[in-house]
Design a protein around this ligand. Structure first.
Ligand SMILES: *Cc1c(COP(=O)(O)O)cnc(C)c1O
Length: 336
């Protein structure tokens, strides 16, 4: 029985064609700036996001940390959402390794941070306070696409207060597909953007940080200090390049499968489904059958996560038949 793994889009295996691209990639030592495949990837993603430069990094966590370290000094702070990856899911790295304090704000139901709350969180210039330097947004956030208009307004508020702006765009292309815009239409509002190749795009490893040439020059030094300087990294960059060529538009298929999953789960006893916007379906489960669900799914070869809420993520190597098996396994448990 094939396992239907809906825990995350990160579990996606590189396709045969992607592996072939990795095998054929010309390589060099990227610490010397000599890897032609890394250089081509960096040029490509910078151009796609209409920024001057980009830096290939091992992970999205490192990309965000490098961004925060590049925008902020020790003793500064960044404004961020309570559920943002850069605050909640990165081990406290900004505080621990960058000595930059987060100022978390509650999200509104659509995932946005209230504009007035952002402005109110900016500290006066007074030695009692950390210096507020940066606004960090995330798109998609928990699978929700923040509208373009909101990103324009929020970053305008940030600029009025002299803050830099960073977007954690781990799933930037999912947001672009959902909003029906180009990735650069989103990126243009931000000084820097981080993009993951290892999520829905299906590459095994890697993220990119993009921004101005000067910003990326500074980021390069922090990446080295954090241990992110890689050598023949083109073998990984080749997978990311392949993903940009072949796996962006197809994210729409993942979104359609998430909708199929939500439709199939809708109305099952005890289950409340949040209508999905992209490739992530969240569900809340109450009642007597809640406890055994994960174990039951596992026994049927279906994997999901249940850290805060039930979460199912559709992705490249899951098809409609797999989604239907997941629906059947949940239904079997909840209606038994
Ligand atoms: C996955 C993810 C990251 C971090 O990426 P890693 O490569 O796992 O470190 C950052 N932000 C968001 C929103 C993510 O989903």
């Amino acid at each position: 029985m094939k396992t239907i793994d809906l825990r995350s889009d990160t579990v996606t295996q590189p396709t045969a064609a992607m592996r072939a691209a990795m095998l054929e990639a010309p390589l060099g030592d990227d610490v010397f700036g000599d890897d032609p495949t890394v250089n081509a990837l960096q040029d490509r993603i910078a151009a796609m996001l209409d920024k001057e430069a980009a830096l290939f990094v091992p992970s999205g966590t490192q990309s965000n940390l490098v961004a925060i370290m590049s925008h902020c000094q020790r003793g500064d702070e960044y404004i961020v959402g309570q559920m943002a990856h850069t605050y909640r899911w990165e081990g406290g790295g900004a505080a621990v390794l960058a000595s930059v304090q987060p100022q978390p704000l509650d999200h509104q139901p659509d995932g946005t941070l209230e504009l007035d709350a952002i402005a109110a969180a900016v500290k006066p210039d007074d030695s009692h306070f950390a210096r507020t330097r940066l606004l960090c947004l995330e798109n998609t956030l928990g699978g929700k696409a923040l509208p373009l208009e909101y990103m324009a307004k929020a970053t305008a508020v940030a600029r009025q207060h002299g803050l830099a702006t960073h977007l954690d765009g781990a799933r930037l292309f999912n947001a672009a597909i959902k909003l029906g815009v180009s990735a650069h239409d989103i990126a243009e509002h931000f000084d820097s953007v981080s993009v993951c190749f290892s999520k829905g795009l299906g590459a095994p490893v890697g993220s990119a940080l993009v921004g101005s040439r000067e910003f990326i020059r500074g980021a390069h030094r922090w990446r080295k200090m954090l241990g992110g300087g890689m050598r023949q990294a083109g073998v990984l960059a080749a997978a990311a390049r392949y993903a940009l060529d072949h796996h962006v538009q197809r994210l729409a298929d993942d979104h359609a499968l998430a909708q199929r999953l939500a439709d199939g789960l809708q109305g099952l006893p005890g289950l409340t489904i949040e209508p999905p916007q992209t490739n992530i379906v969240f569900a809340d489960l109450q009642g007597p059958r809640a406890n055994g669900l994960m174990g039951h799914l596992k026994s049927r070869g279906v994997l999901a996560t249940g850290l805060y809420r039930l979460r199912f993520v559709t992705r490249l190597d899951v098809d409609a038949a797999g989604v239907d098996r997941a629906i059947a396994a949940v239904r079997e448990h909840l209606t038994a």
